[in-house]
Design a protein around this ligand. Structure first.
Ligand code: PBG
Length: 322
């Protein structure tokens, strides 16, 4: 076995999987203001950008060859309410960011999250009625949220809320409203994970969250159930599906890809980023090597693309290594 590994040229020839800049999607946090940037404490190296700087980040992404960005707004507690009314405002922060980016950098793909936790005072992804997340009432609001984002110019609607039936409802609404070209990336197998902690701080929902999300996000113990989730989302009209988190769930990525052969994305979450960044800060691991290894592992498992906060850094490294 070692003959093929002996020299670099040979290792390159027999390499089975490749990691390219075109595999990367960069999640960006946006804030109000102009010329503003603010660091995310639990994600060393990650900053939130005001819309004008987010436009510049999108330009950087194009220059680096990153095909798409995903936009997440930070919503202050004062703008949050129990019904997530900001979510369906055509002039909300995320819609303004999408408009600005698609005007100035039309060639970049823009992905928007559909879920209410970015706007609720209780931090949940849906509408609470009598202490429970009401599925169908939540779907009604999610559909309106998807429509304002499509109207703003979003290319890919990415529902991350895990309500039942939302993919079909959003697909139908997009068709009826003249957005038949807008793609849907379903967070189909999204787990009730503790790896989302730093993200919740980044968007301002961490301190808000009452309880947990186990009545709608999946039990980390389940794999067969992910197959059923994905089958439903495909039947309802998903163009692409996502597994989240990444590294701890690569068996799910592998099974989905083998079973459905659909474009399958994986989200390297905020907690995964934080673990690598923190250990590297302490000098305990090599940041660049662990970063590239973790991304390659996602590809080997069958992922077509990876949401990663490392996207610009990885893209730069891949350029110099190519
Ligand atoms: C919104 C959403 C979350 C993430 C992406 N979209 C948080 C959550 O579901 O609680 C997590 C992303 C990350 O951890 O990097 N529902």
């Amino acid at each position: 076995m070692r003959r093929n590994r002996r020299a670099d040229w040979s290792r390159r020839l027999v390499r089975e999987t490749s990691l390219q800049t075109s595999d990367l999607i960069w999640p960006l946090f946006v804030i109000e203001g102009h010329g503003e940037r603010s660091p995310v404490a639990a994600m060393p190296g990650v900053e939130r950008f005001s819309v004008d700087l987010a436009v510049e980040a999108a330009e950087d992404a194009v220059e680096l060859g990153i095909p798409a960005i995903a936009i997440f707004p930070f919503t202050d507690a004062s703008l949050r309410d129990k019904d997530a009314s900001q979510a369906t405002e055509p002039g909300n922060l995320v819609c303004r960011a999408v408009r600005a980016i698609k005007t100035r950098v039309p060639e970049i793909g823009v992905i928007c999250d559909v879920a209410l936790d970015l706007y609720t005072s209780h931090g949940h992804d849906g509408i609470l009625i009598g202490g429970e997340i009401d599925n169908d009432r939540s779907v009604e609001v999610l559909v309106q949220q998807a429509l304002v984002q499509a109207e703003a110019g979003c290319d890919v609607i990415a529902p991350s809320d895990m309500m039942d039936g939302r993919i079909g409802a959003i697909r139908a609404a997009l068709e009826e409203s003249g957005f038949s070209h807008v793609q849907i990336l379903a967070y189909a197998a999204k787990y009730a994970s503790a790896f989302y902690g730093p993200f919740r701080d980044a968007v301002g929902s961490g301190a808000m969250l009452r309880g947990d999300k186990r009545t709608y996000q999946m039990d980390p113990a389940n794999g067969d159930e992910a197959m059923r989730e994905v089958a439903l989302d495909i039947a309802e009209g998903a163009d692409m599906v996502m597994v989240k988190p990444g590294l701890a769930y690569l068996d799910i990525v592998w099974r989905l890809k083998q079973e459905f052969r659909l474009p399958t994305f994986v989200y390297q979450t905020s907690g995964e980023y934080a673990m690598i960044a923190a250990a590297a800060e302490r000098g305990w691991i090599d940041r660049e090597r662990v970063m590239l290894e973790s991304l390659m592992a996602c590809k080997r498992a069958g992922a077509d693309a990876i949401f990663t906060y490392f996207a610009p850094e990885a893209a730069r490294l891949l350029q110099t290594k190519a």
